[in-house]
Design a protein around this ligand. Structure first.
Ligand code: M6R
Length: 604
């Protein structure tokens, strides 16, 4: 949460930072600010989004830092927006993360005569640097001494009005360095500077970086200078643009066929799955007794579908836990437990902490991640990357289906090692998967019916989503999408659970979206639909193409092509994503940046 960017080089730093902040706005968008060095520190801060701002009014500069905020401590006000500046006006800081002991540090600094202008946890950072400098330390030493006082998580960039450099520190919050030709960037995420360079240094926790005419990195825990590799990222800058689409969410929904093609490319070979490199040995996979999937939000929903896939194919028991619960419940796991961590961003704080917890108990961690070099990938024993490309819309769409593709492949991979199914069966499973992109394209062609359904129901206040088996997590995901982008209250349930409570809500104002495809639970779910209709509920069914009879028990039918039980979620989630999108559009919501949300949840 929060986007940070800094630039040092020959370009106008204020322009680079302003542009970079626009690319990072998906990380937080309640307020923004820039501090620029030219004849002292000049600061601009504003409440609201940066997207419409063409000029921050800061003129020319060679060093600048900027921040787009997702509020944690203190309301959405100009004074709480970053950058924060020391009392003497000489140090400016941007920060992502949470300083847990900020209150104690404020008390200490107040006693030393400091006055605070904001309610944030961040303001103690420049004040501490100033405090140590007043006691005789250099800027660099004061920065180090300040870090020793902090408890919590941070990515920090600091500048000093008297020095031609940026200082950067990282602990459990994402930050990367971009290396151009005699110019340097520092940002929460690569797209912020991808226009200028694709050469990146991923820094580690407890690294301090000095960006001057070169990049020097020291790790405070190791107590010495360290070399970090420069890697070339093969992101395409066009992926970070909306192109012909009105919103990133819609673009990303439409990118799903290609995202799946990419994710399975080179990994399917007849009846076999082969990962490009895989650090977990066959012997290890053969000996795994239990899989525990950890994730948050949409990735957690993918995890539940993954449970069905891995259990059905690999025949290993799988549990799915929220990362936030797993990390604190002293989970019973050991070296025979494979923990699978799913994260689009690779920076979700709870998932990162859960990975550390799993590793401390001797489990191996395999991550499913979309961002190369992200913290989750680096903390894991092995990573299978989804190749969905940059996902910018806050509501996750193509990352979800790409995660499903990896979990499906992994299920087959486990099956071939553990010999749980014969070749023909696995070949058939993979053929279903390979057909998915084309079938997704067909679903996208049915957009008109979905728009009509959205137009009919966009004023409703509540909605229920039901599904069974592999489509029960799809129902959860459909409800989450609607909540996130349209602010309509929606609940997802396994369909049979309806009778145990939610049925009380059903009346003629309640739309119930039912995933009722012709899989193993088709007959059962039809009975659930009858129960809804008997109580006057409005039934929107997602059904299998060619199922004409379903019309008799539907107010609206949205069709998807026929596939296997395990592969249906790839297709059934798409009408639900589109329904949420179009309802939000009719309601004139801010689809790509819904209120209160941020793309990457880097705080607990
Ligand atoms: O980056 P991650 O996959 O770890 O993120 C997890 C959730 O924060 C994320 O899926 C969130 O629920 C999305 N906004 C859902 O659309």
């Amino acid at each position: 949460m929060c986007g940070i960017i800094g630039y040092k080089g020959a370009r106008n730093a204020n322009e680079v930072v302003l542009k970079g902040l626009k690319q990072l706005e998906y990380r937080g968008y309640d307020s923004w600010g820039i501090a620029s060095l030219s004849d002292g520190i000049n600061v601009v801060k504003k409440v609201g989004k940066i997207s419409g701002v063409d000029d921050a009014g800061l003129g020319e500069s060679r060093i600048a830092i900027g921040h787009t905020r997702w509020a944690t401590h203190g309301g959405v006000t100009e004074s709480n927006a970053h950058p924060h500046v020391s009392s003497d006006g000489k140090i400016a800081v941007i920060h992502n993360g949470i300083i847990e002991n900020y209150y104690e540090l404020r008390v200490f600094l107040r006693k030393e005569g400091f006055k605070f202008k904001s309610e944030t946890d961040t303001e103690v950072i420049p004040c501490l640097v100033e405090y140590f400098m007043k006691n005789g330390s250099s800027f660099e030493d004061a920065f180090r001494e300040m870090l020793l006082k902090l408890k919590g998580s941070y990515a920090i960039v600091a500048v000093n009005s008297d020095k031609d450099k940026m200082l950067v520190a990282r602990k459990a919050s994402p930050i990367v360095i971009g290396v151009g030709q005699d110019e340097f960037f520092v940002a929460s995420d690569v797209p912020a500077f991808l226009e200028y360079t694709n050469k990146v240094i991923f820094i580690e926790d407890n690294d301090i970086v000095e960006i001057n005419s070169k990049v020097e990195i020291e790790n405070v825990v190791l107590g010495k200078k360290v070399d970090r590799e420069i890697v070339e990222i093969d992101y395409d800058i066009d992926q970070a643009q909306k192109g012909k689409y009105e919103h990133f969410m819609l673009k990303e929904i439409y990118e799903q066929p290609d995202a799946i093609r990419e994710t399975i490319r080179g990994r399917v070979n007849g009846a076999r799955v082969e990962f490009e490199k895989f650090g977990l040995s066959d012997d290890y996979i053969a000996g795994v007794e239990r899989v525990v999937i950890i994730a948050c939000g949409t990735s957690w929903h993918a995890g539940i579908v993954g449970k069905f896939m891995i259990e059905a194919l690999g025949k290993i028991p799988v549990e799915v836990d929220y990362s936030s619960e797993f990390r604190y419940r002293n989970p019973v796991i050991d070296d025979k437990t494979l923990v699978v961590a799913i994260s689009q961003s690779g920076e979700t704080a709870d998932t990162l902490a859960a990975i550390k917890e799993a590793k401390s108990k001797g489990a191996k961690v395999l991550s499913v991640c979309n961002v190369m070099g992200s913290s989750v990938a680096r903390e894991s024993d092995e990573t299978i990357y989804t190749r969905a490309g940059i996902e910018i819309g806050v509501a996750s769409t193509k990352a979800f289906t790409s995660q499903l593709a990896v979990l499906y492949l992994f299920g087959v991979y486990v099956a071939q090692i553990r010999k749980t199914w014969d070749k023909d069966h696995l070949k058939e499973r993979l053929e279903y998967l390979e057909k998915i992109p084309e079938q997704m394209e067909k679903v996208l062609k049915g957009d008109k019916e979905i728009i009509a359904a959205a137009e009919k129901h966009f004023l409703k206040k509540n909605a229920l989503y039901l599904g069974r088996g592999t489509n029960y997590p799809v129902a959860l995901e459909g409800a989450l999408k609607l909540k996130e982008v349209s602010y309509i209250h929606a609940e997802g349930y396994p369909a049979a659970e309806m009778k145990h409570g939610p049925i009380a809500l059903i009346d003629n104002k309640m739309p119930v979206v039912v995933v009722a495809v012709q899989d193993e639970s088709y007959e059962k779910i039809k009975s659930n639909i009858e129960e809804i209709r008997a109580r006057g509920g409005i039934v929107i069914n997602v059904a299998t193409e060619g199922d004409k009879k379903i019309k008799d028990i539907s107010d609206i039918v949205l069709y998807v092509p026929e596939t296997s039980g395990l592969a249906y979620p790839f297709l059934t989630v798409m009408p639900l994503q589109l329904l949420a999108y179009h309802i939000a559009k009719f309601r004139e919501c801010d689809i790509d940046q819904p209120k209160n949300l941020a793309k990457s949840v880097t705080v607990e």
